[in-house]
Design a protein around this ligand. Sequence first.
Ligand code: PEP
Ligand code: MG
Length: 850
Amino acid sequence: MLHLKPKDAAVQNNPHTTLITQTAPVATNTHGGRAKCLQRLVRLDLPVPRTVALSFDTVHQIAMGELPDVGSVVDQFDRDALLCVRPSSQDADWGGPGAVLNIGMNDARFEGFAKTMGEGPAAALYTRFIQSYAINVARLDPDMFDHVSDEGRAGLEQTLAAYEEETEESFPQHRRVQLAAVLRSMARAWNGTSARLLREAKGAPADAGLGLVVQQMIFGVGAGQCGSGVLQLVDSDTGAPQVTGRYLGQSQGRDALEDREEALYLVRDPRGRSLEEELPEAFETLKSYAQLMRTRLRAEMQVEFAIDDGTVHILDGVRVARSSRAAVRIAVTLAEDGVIPREEALMRVQPRLLTELLHRQIDPTVARDVIGRGIAASPGAATGTLVFDAAAAQAAASRGEPCILVRRETSSEDVRGMHAANGVLTERGGITSHAAVIGRGIGLPCVVGASSLTFNLRDRTLTSKDGRVFGVGDAITLDGSTGQIMAGAATLQEAALDDYFRTLMRWAADSADIGVRANADTPDDAQTARNFDAEGIGLCRTEHMFFDPGRLTVMREMIFANTSDGRRAVLERLLPMQRDDFKQLFGIMRGMPVCIRLFDPPLHEFLPVDRDGQRELAEALGLPRSDVTRRIEAMREYNPMLGLRGVRLGITVPEIYEMQARAIFEATVEVARAGDTVVPEIMIPLVSARREVELVKSAIDAVASSVRSETGIAFDYRLGVMVETPRAALRAAEIAPHCAFLSFGTNDLTQMTYGLSRDDAGRFMSDYVQQGVFDEDPFHTLDHDGVGELLRLGAERGRGAKPDITLSVCGEHGGNPESIAYCRAAGFDYVSCSPFRVPVARLAAAQLAI
Ligand code: PEP
Ligand code: MG
């Protein structure tokens, strides 16, 4: 227990040392988190041994050799107290040098302790100190003590001899000298290059400081009931209430956590022994301390304790280590118990952690046999046998065999195979490539741009850098959250969407002030969007509805029709299918807004690329193969993404948009007949000129009028424009008056602003980021300076011309927390992202509003 001595006040004035008392000036940003936490424990009147904190400045001076005297520290403690030193960085995750225990042990103390606690325990204390001093302070090789096999006095003598032989000095006997050396070496270790790089990788600033805490040792060894351990009130994996931890009699520090046969569990020891049963009083005391820490420190804490002759001491408290799932449950439970407000619970969960809950993960305890890596394009883990085309993926799925689809890159023709596969791996592509976008949309784990593997698609093999070859039928595992590719089928853990997750999401929805919709193309996607409480569909990419084998053939017939009437006739057959698509979406979304984008990609994406496909198409259309080949050749474009697609198709081949508009309106009428009101939103892609909007608008208006008069049912619709070209953003003022909303398609807008192909950028993006050309992949995190300026400018000009216009983002950035912050600041009404990213976006949005 802390006792203030008369000299304490004077010592507190020393600029270098601060005795931790209830009122001492100790702060996380000057003395580190551990020092601050210990002060909180002192304020709770918990039995914390006497502790002195050294500030970041002091430790820095020690590292520079400017503070050789440690008198002001040792003077704080009784003459014969042993001491320990632990690191105290601002954020515990930034690490720090290992703790050194038992400072002050020497030959004389050993002889003294041998009399009071027995020779064995006394020798163990001293030996341990010499070894840790040798390794941490004298920087000797830990292996040098390997030959010391004896315990007790003999082992101690061998250890001392080894130390003295290696250093050619006798082991220091003065506590002051030992402490000065320990402090100096810990201070210097913090400045080492590897320690610095490690903490910077965890987000520490370059000038992050280290504090140190010097604490009086509670031995944990000796006469009576002695030992040490850790205790926490929740399970680290699930967050469920469960007293967990370990205790080891006659031990110090974190010894109990090492895999020691004699260590006790705290409760329900599988061997029928536990601290609860063996030391019930100490157990109850500890539990009550932990409960007090939970409510007063407002966090689940792991308590580090020592028992000395039956008396419990609290040495330290750290936030309980936790899985993502446990993080959610802990935050929600603390709020439900009234320990923290809901807003704080929302702030305590990092949005990105939720991604782990929404998808299967590789069991973290299994070793990974990594054979290559690529861009982590769609999160979650998948295992399966290798297949190299969509048909093989479908065949595997029909046999109930999980498979991983491997392609150079994917295209529309692969979508069916992607639905059938458990994961997708591509050689090329970046974060907004076809495989990535579809993968995220349907929650399919996906790694793209995996150029560290050699893809031999003709032989249907993958070769790793170390020469291992994987072919059809071999099992691999993808980690779409890290981009790793592994040999074999790793053990997976299921997604964890429990009640705590749902509660957190409900609170997030209450707090957020920017809407979150989902990009959903199919009824399945829409259902997922609803399950995650999306506030509507912000982008339905209708072209994905045409990949179904039945429809694909009709689509191809339409493309091959020579006249407008011929096209109309074929589209008539697609109309009922599209109408049914939209009816289903409206039904699932139950009155929530559904924003349907008219057909966008270049038509040739729907045509077969290989000879076999072309022959089949020729047969289906009853045309000579040469005709088919010639037509396909004629449609080839040098730059298809900048060619005849989007609204350009809408204007030059108007029959497609007319059919789609009719399907939307007829679905609206059918829903209205069933008593529900839907106001569909229709969105025009790839606009760059006002006149494009005028032309498409008048064509759609005409379809709306026909459907109204044919059916006798009135309905409204909202027309919107996708801002995906820089020109659309610049000319937003003249476009806005013609539409109800502007939705920024930041995938294409990024591609066009940088003049950088979204499908090819993956090949060199990591070089660009590594060399600091780009801070981050702009297809992943919105480029605030360039693309962001276009967004702001488009929003301002659009709003200037039409103040009540709705503004949104529907590119992949819509699910990225930093990009959401940017859109919110620019006054956007909502973001729309893949259904599986809705929870991440929702929590990020809530945190911005709090
Ligand atoms: C975009 O370009 O941002 C967009 C949403 O459309 P797509 O990704 O379908 O091109
Ligand atoms: Mg686009």
